[in-house]
Design a protein around this ligand. Structure first.
Ligand SMILES: Cc1ncc(COP(=O)(O)O)c(C=O)c1O
Length: 371
């Protein structure tokens, strides 16, 4: 196969992730690798971890770029905390809340699901009732930015209810970190994980995770060993902190790329970055409204990073529309997941993809195809 046919065609990624990355980040990927015990790597990791703390809004010492995608962060969070028979409460108002339930059940937890219609937030009172109904609660978990619906779940009220019962609060920030404020210390979140491929502006493959001292202590006090060796926090910590003992061969090129992506965030400034995401999303929704395309998520809690819209009734074959966007214009948008398959489109405006130019192109292409 020639190099030309082996390489993917250029794409503008406006789907639910991954997002496009900048030339600066791409260039960093191509540097020569260095060893996983090279002192320069630990200098890079220290800088990178400091920037991740700023992004998460935390002082948590144990904040690392975990190897693996967003699902690694999810699995790692639960595997360290849950022991068989533990009671956990999980919020489910979309596909990814459902994934949390699946993982917790596999770990032998007794799962209480607190749910809401997809497209709506989960009312905090439901969490209150759930934690009150249980004799003890190990943790409460929720997805901050539900990628399957485009809804932002407010965290503070759930944090309060959780800590009143002495439980830990676990939050999925895969589609929020870097695009909207997460501020885990202010919101009293114990464990928060994300992915690098959406609003953070790096390629897929790393899952930034931040763990509070309280959560770390709960993991350390387990009766049984963490059932998954690779994601055991204590073992990971022995690598990322002194004594820097070999754990696994960290994907150093992804770390180079993340280092640059985080530097870009620092250069842009967090507030300016959040504003860019809001502005570009507003531009998109205004343009779509002119094409007769309406938002799906509850407008009060609509994410500016993942724009969910109802597919107009006039569209006979939504897959064909997305295919034309991809093949004729190089533009990727997402379809619905789970129960929303065929009903909504999911348009990501995240990281380096969130530009006025990309949105203008998408609007022109969509208008052309729909007419
Ligand atoms: C909210 C949420 N959680 C978890 C994941 C899983 O991340 P990944 O596909 O990177 O493993 C995703 C992926 O889109 C997501 O949107």
């Amino acid at each position: 196969m020639s190099l030309e046919t082996a390489l993917p065609s250029p794409r503008i990624l406006l789907g639910p992730g991954p997002s496009s990355v900048s030339p600066r980040v791409l260039e960093a990927l191509g540097r020569n690798p260095i060893g996983y015990l090279d002192p320069e790597l630990f200098t890079l990791l220290d800088e990178l971890r400091a920037d991740l703390r700023t992004l998460f809004g935390t002082k948590n010492d144990f904040t690392i770029p975990l190897t693996g995608t967003g699902m690694a962060g999810m699995e790692c969070s639960f595997v360290n905390l849950i022991e068989p028979g533990d009671n956990v409460v999980i919020g489910v108002n979309g596909f990814f809340g459902g994934r949390m339930v699946e993982i917790c059940k596999r770990l032998g937890a007794n799962v209480t699901v607190v749910d809401a219609t997809w497209g709506q937030i989960i009312e905090p009172g439901k969490f209150y009732d759930a934690v009150r109904s249980l004799e003890s609660v190990k943790l409460v978990a929720v997805v901050h930015a539900e990628t399957s619906t485009g809804v932002r779940q407010p965290l503070e009220p759930i944090a309060e209810i959780t800590h009143d019962r002495g439980a830990l609060f676990v939050v999925d920030a895969v589609t929020s970190l870097g695009g909207i404020p997460v501020n885990i210390d202010e919101c009293d979140v114990d464990v928060c994980y994300s992915g690098t491929q959406k609003c953070v502006g790096a390629p897929p493959g790393l899952s930034p995770i931040s763990v509070s001292d309280a959560a770390f202590a709960v993991s350390k006090a387990r009766k049984s060993a963490v059932p998954n060796w690779y994601y055991d926090w204590q073992l990971l910590r022995n690598y990322y902190d002194a004594p820097h003992a070999y754990h696994h061969t960290v994907p150093v090129n992804l770390l180079f790329a993340l280092r640059e992506a985080l530097s870009e965030i620092v250069d842009e400034g967090l507030e300016a970055r959040y504003k860019r995401h809001r502005d570009v999303s507003a531009q998109l929704m205004t343009g779509l409204a002119k094409l007769g395309i309406q938002p799906f998520a509850n407008p009060e809690y609509r994410l500016p990073t993942l724009n969910s819209v109802v597919i107009p009734e006039s569209v006979q074959d939504e897959v064909a529309v997305r295919k034309r966007l991809l093949y004729e214009f190089g533009l990727e948008i997402g379809g619905g997941l789970g129960e929303l398959k065929g009903k909504i489109w999911r348009i990501g405006t995240m990281g380096a993809s969130a530009t006025r130019r990309n949105v203008a192109l998408l609007l022109i292409a969509l208008e052309h195809i729909l007419n």
